[in-house]
Design a protein around this ligand. Sequence first.
Ligand code: GLP
Length: 241
Amino acid sequence: MTDGEVTRGPVKSTELRRHLRTLLRERLAPHDRLPTERSLAEEFSLSRLTVRRVLDQLELEGQVYRVQGSGTFVSEPRIAKSVELTSFSEDMRARGLTPGSLAVTAERVPAGAEIGYALRISPAEEVLRLRRVRTADGEPICLEDSCLPAALVPDDLGEALDGSLYEELNARYGLVPHRAEQTIRATVLDQDSARALRVPPFSPAFLVQRTTFDARGRAIERAESLYRGDRYTYQLTIYRT
Ligand code: GLP
């Protein structure tokens, strides 16, 4: 490290950070390669170590990824998830992506205590349990495990589930989501979930638990969704009351 960098380092590294953020926002596309550590160090008169720290931070934020021996690349943009009562399909379409589902399974099982409590039905009552790997432009980004009271949803929905569940519930039974109680928390993916989402085991994820009600106050779905942490941002508009 030179004397020059000791005094000017923080200012210079802020400049580098700004420069990189502008590059990421305005000039580079996903999977483009960033300039090398060496060229950035020269351009900003910084040590390689300082440049690496700035890149480490961008990597932590999920803005870039590194490939050993090849360099640093721009990550895919995160999908900003609004906290409105939208469906997965609506979220994806709003971002110009095509929603899809893989590996859909449907079974009828007793609700059990936890799901029964969430759906306001007895544990012995039947629910239709749907498991889906949700995709955006073919890329798996979310695992969804939904339970619907069989009393409200008498059919198995079958192939309709390759499309939108909310659209299907409306078309078949006039069930329209009106309000939901939702929690979001951080978690890591176990081996099976990580494999289904094609990321390394223990990758970070958001666990979203949602109970959805129709306008009559009936609980129509209890869902647990695991969203890939590297592909999602939760976005809220908040008001001061
Ligand atoms: C969101 C919710 C799920 C719901 C799904 C419906 O992802 N977290 O609870 O099942 O939307 O989406 P779609 O209508 O695309 O199947």
